[in-house]
Write a protein that binds this ligand. Structure first.
Ligand SMILES: [Zn+2]
Length: 444
């Protein structure tokens, strides 16, 4: 990671993303959550996972806000996708190709190798810490640094992509499985081949900086084999479908706006297309040019007033500028148009908690969000704040217990469960939920 912690925390406050990040080390792993990008990746992945007989709900997809071009599977069904992979691609079908190849690694049970293999439990603990650090950073404004150190211990070599690698045999197998999955889901295989050419060019330009090349060794044999297979299969040989292109260009612009320098954005995204404006909006937001960001997003909203993600970004611009009431209105619309996406509900609740008297309403949103996605650690943290302000101590301790469970801190979770038990009424829903939580912790 090239980012300094202050920078990352600033982004966290700025963007409509819950960025989970920390630490000043070059090796820290950070994760990002974003409703729009997750939806795009999920939609591409679901048919591929299903065709591989994997339950899509069981596969965790993690987005890493890093410019390196990379993707890998670790700890079983955890797929890590780097932002740089999205921004390097030129067509959605290339992303599908990569997802199919990575799914091939899952099917083969391949383990990405460090100096030694990463154990599933390590990965799990690491992800837990990553989610927790984020929540910390978001909650305290600048408290992410200390927790970052903890992450570092677990992930020193994790993000250092050069040491991650599959064997050549595994690569061939993943290509084989991947192409079959693309054919089974009626998709062109051309994107996978094109993506390999992109990687090849990157490797030629700067041999040391192609992590994808290093983790998935590309040989001439592999390329030839893929080419042959595409040639003889009419489904794989078909023209790439453009059905996901619009979403792809938006997601790509979003990541670019978020990661690239202002100069890169000004020279690459200089037109008047939706993607151009979206990239500029994100870039302005990142660099605190709120007025310019608002101007761009307003143009996009004029074209698509019911777009949940444009509303979400506008909400974030206003929230960052300190216009909390107006931000809340935008988050309310974003929530409505996204059919109450849990990540957006959490942002809405965060805005509500800024204004006294809205605790009840914020608590309602948070319970709804966490009912859909329990893993949003930051949501549990906000919920405990909401209950705390409503002087509902028992429930505040309960939410805190869930928060610690979500970040993988079993010891602290048990402590909060005990506190909650002393304060909660025995016939309350939360009291019942405590036993569920206790049981799930015992299994871990
Ligand atoms: Zn591979």
């Amino acid at each position: 990671m090239k980012k300094k912690p202050a920078f990352i925390i600033r982004i966290l406050m700025l963007c409509a993303w819950l960025v989970f990040s920390y630490s000043n080390s070059a090796n820290a792993l950070s994760l990002v959550r974003d409703a729009e990008i997750e939806k795009f990746i999920r939609e591409l992945s679901i048919p591929i996972f299903e065709s591989a007989d994997l339950n899509p709900k069981r596969v965790n997809i993690y987005l890493i806000p890093d410019e390196n071009v990379n993707a890998f599977v670790a700890g079983g069904q955890n797929l890590f996708i780097y932002a740089g992979l999205i921004t390097a691609a030129t067509h959605a079908n290339q992303i599908s190709g990569v997802i199919a190849h990575e799914t091939g690694h899952m099917m083969g049970g391949h383990l990405v190798r460090l100096n030694k293999e990463i154990k599933a439990a390590q990965i799990k603990a690491m992800i837990g810490m990553a989610l927790g650090a984020a929540a910390m950073a978001a909650g305290s404004g600048n408290g992410g640094g200390e927790l970052g150190t903890a992450i570092l211990l677990g992930s020193t070599s994790m993000a250092q992509s050069s040491v991650l690698s599959y064997t050549r045999k595994e690569e061939e197998m993943a290509d084989e499985f991947g192409l079959n999955l693309l054919a089974d889901t009626n998709q062109s295989g051309k994107g996978l081949l094109e993506f390999m050419e992109i990687i090849e060019q990157e490797q030629m330009l700067s041999p040391k900086s192609s992590p994808y090349w290093q983790s998935h060794p590309l040989t001439e044999d592999r390329k030839t084999h893929i080419e042959e297979k595409i040639k003889i299969d009419s489904i794989l040989a078909q023209k790439k479908s453009n059905k996901d292109e619009e979403e792809f260009q938006r997601v790509k612009a979003k990541f670019a706006g978020y990661l690239w320098t202002e100069y890169e954005i000004a020279t690459t995204y200089k037109g008047n297309s939706e993607a151009d404006r979206y990239a500029r909006t994100l870039s302005y937001l990142k660099h605190n040019h709120y007025d310019r960001a608002e101007k761009e997003i307003n143009v996009l909203l004029k074209q698509s007033p019911n777009d949940p993600y444009y509303r979400e970004i506008k909400g974030q611009i206003l929230f960052e500028r300190g216009d909390v009431k107006e931000a809340q209105k935008e988050f309310e619309l974003a929530s409505k148009y996204s059919d109450e996406h849990p990540l957006i509900l959490v942002q809405l609740a965060e805005a509500k908690l800024q204004t006294p008297g809205q605790e009840k309403s914020a608590i309602k949103d948070l319970n709804k969000a966490l009912g859909i996605d329990k893993s949003i650690a930051y949501g549990w943290k906000l919920l405990s704040i909401g209950y705390g302000r409503s002087e509902d101590e028992g429930k505040a301790f309960y939410a805190l217990a869930e928060y610690y469970a979500a970040i993988g801190d079993k010891k602290e979770a048990l402590k909060q469960i005990k506190r909650a038990k002393d304060k909660l009424k025995k016939d309350s829903i939360e009291y019942l939920k405590l036993s569920d939580l206790l049981n799930s912790l015992k299994k871990k």
